[in-house]
Design a protein around this ligand. Structure first.
Ligand code: UFG
Length: 341
């Protein structure tokens, strides 16, 4: 049975991925410092799968503690490295915190992989590396644009670190997954996104507004060059996204890679505007949403959506869930959170 170390495994995408790995019969060791997640996520994972994953509360900035995890679990086959800070605005305020955390965690992980002879890693990347693409849908070989936040820059630098490390390390295989906009929650509503404070992202803000926690949603700009004037993104169901990690792990373990460093876009291939998301939410949940139109948000791009053909053909993965089902899952999760307060 494959044993997978999942860093950031109690986070939003990490926890959904752990569920899919366990359901595929893999053994999971979660490493998380709980800086942006909660221990009770482990209960959610166990209630869905009936399995308690191993859990180590470790900060990957601590090299010694990181090595300690590998000493405790000597037979790890592969790593999925989610652990990172991810708030764009916060990264502008605290760039050094972002560079230190996101780069050092990856470096320590790669050092440990070398030391303990582990050859396989799946890395969490982002469509933020494309900036505002010149051609849509954007494919993996589109040129990368200068990052417009320290957070985005950490993802670009991490991909460079991975490429350079592969060049100098025989046998190492890495798959970098570039996520578009992950949304929704597990259909059981046992795990989901847990934003701290006021959400920055669209869908958690929508569900909190519908739940009465926020007065109204601010739509950031209706004067973009898009059919309805609001910005367009590729919203991907988090469970679909999680399943792609299982495919990537299998690909690494079965050594089916075409090259040692592979990159895949994970999106639906379909762009939806902010207004389309609002209407789909209202239609699928029956909730009326208060919203107002305000100025554009600084740093936002106009439109981005994925060319998913490489992931479809080569990884054998395709997004399956529709937007209404996905927004319903987000709403069910929000109601679950509220019922516990
Ligand atoms: N939006 C609103 N109101 C809100 C929040 C968002 O109108 O209250 C709009 C945004 O302007 C944008 C869209 O909804 O047009 C999506 O915004 P999100 O904040 O949910 O997502 P982003 O596309 O801005 O950011 C996401 C990830 C980042 C990543 C980025 C890459 O959250 O980690 O994609 O493009 F860097």
């Amino acid at each position: 049975m494959a044993k997978i170390l999942v860093s950031g495994g109690t986070g939003y995408i990490g926890s959904h991925t752990v569920v899919e790995l366990l359901e595929e019969g893999m053994e999971v060791v979660i490493v998380d410092d709980l800086s942006n997640s909660e221990r009770k996520v482990l209960d959610g994972i166990t209630s869905i799968t009936g399995i308690e994953p191993h859990f180590e509360e470790v900060d990957l900035k601590d090299r010694k503690a990181t090595y300690g995890v590998f000493e405790k679990y000597p037979d790890i086959n592969a790593i999925i490295h989610f652990a990172a800070f991810k708030a764009v605005g916060e990264s502008v305020q605290k760039p050094l915190v972002y560079y230190e955390n996101n780069l050092l965690s990856l470096i320590h992980m790669l050092e440990a992989m070398k030391h303990f002879n582990i050859d396989n890693m799946v890395f969490s990347s982002s469509c933020t590396v494309y900036g505002e693409p010149d051609v849509l849908p954007v494919s993996e070989n589109a040129p990368l644009k200068k990052a417009n936040s320290p957070y985005g820059n950490t993802k670009q630098i991490c991909e460079d670190i991975l490429q350079d490390t592969i060049n100098s390390t025989e046998g190492l295989g890495v798959i970098s997954l570039r996520y578009f906009n992950p949304i929704g929650a597990h259909p059981t509503a046992s795990i989901g996104e847990l934003p701290i404070g006021v959400p920055n992202n669209l869908v958690p803000f929508i569900t909190q507004t519908a739940a009465g926690l926020r007065e109204s949603l601010s739509v950031f700009g209706d004067d973009y060059n898009t059919p309805d004037g609001s910005a367009i993104r590729d919203y991907i169901n988090v469970v679909d996204l999680a399943k792609a990690h299982v495919k990537a792990i299998r690909r690494l373990l079965d050594q089916k890679q075409l090259s040692a460093f592979e990159v895949f876009n994970l999106g639906t291939g379909r762009g939806l505007s902010v207004f389309e998301i609002i209407h789909a939410f209202e239609k699928s949940t029956g909730q009326k949403l208060n919203y107002k139109i305000v100025d554009r948000r600084e740093g936002d791009i106009e439109k981005v959506y994925a060319d998913t053909s490489y992931a479809n053909d080569e990884l054998g993965w395709k997004a399956e869930k529709g937007i209404e089902e996905t927004l319903q899952s987000a709403w069910k999760w929000e109601m679950n959170i509220q019922s516990k307060h």
